[in-house]
Design a protein around this ligand. Structure first.
Ligand code: PNS
Length: 160
């Protein structure tokens, strides 16, 4: 019996309903899913990695086969250490594809044992991104329906 561990890497600053949709899909397909937050995020983050991990742990509690972790360095090296065979990435629109393909091919070159698997979130999340959520929250717009309630609360507190 195969026991497939998949890693869903990203910055998750913050986790959105689009990410959660993908986590739900991934948790159904793979035996175990590790949502892994990149530590050395070069852009100026809104939430610290610890805050992002706390929010992710809270919103992924319904799935017993989903774990939240942090990583630094190359994602394929982290996958090797975790003995994961799959990297899960979401593709919302054709515009995501070029960058995702480039990363998938480079990751394959770096470690041919790790397979990138793309999944599509529900269409209603196809225009959703953490960057837009941060911007809308900072400018006082409504982010209800875009992020889980715990993230909405934390965002409101952060931008007050
Ligand atoms: O949510 P994001 O910001 O699109 O996630 C990008 C992420 C974290 C998956 C990507 O930047 C990454 O894997 N970084 C780790 C460093 C690495 O392995 N770089 C080479 C990728 S080809």
């Amino acid at each position: 019996m195969k026991n497939i561990l998949a890693i869903y890497p990203g910055s998750f600053d913050p986790v959105t309903n689009g990410h959660l949709d993908l986590i739900e899909r991934g948790a159904k397909i793979f035996d175990r899913l590790v949502v892994s937050i990149l530590r050395n995020f070069d852009k100026e983050p809104l939430f610290t990695v610890e805050e992002r991990a706390e929010m992710l742990r809270e919103v992924t509690r319904p799935w017993p086969n989903v774990e939240v972790d942090l990583f630094s360095g190359l994602v394929v090296e982290y996958a090797r250490l975790r003995e994961a065979k799959v990297l899960l990435r979401g593709i919302r629109a054709v515009s995501d594809y070029e960058y995702e393909l480039q990363m998938a091919m480079m990751n394959r070159k770096l470690n041919p044992d790790v397979e990138t698997v793309f999944m599509m979130p529900a269409v209603k999340y196809s225009y959703l991104s953490s960057r837009l959520v941060r911007e809308i929250a900072q400018l006082g717009g409504s982010i209800t329906d875009l992020v889980p309630p715990v993230v909405e609360e934390r965002l409101r507190a952060k931008v007050l």
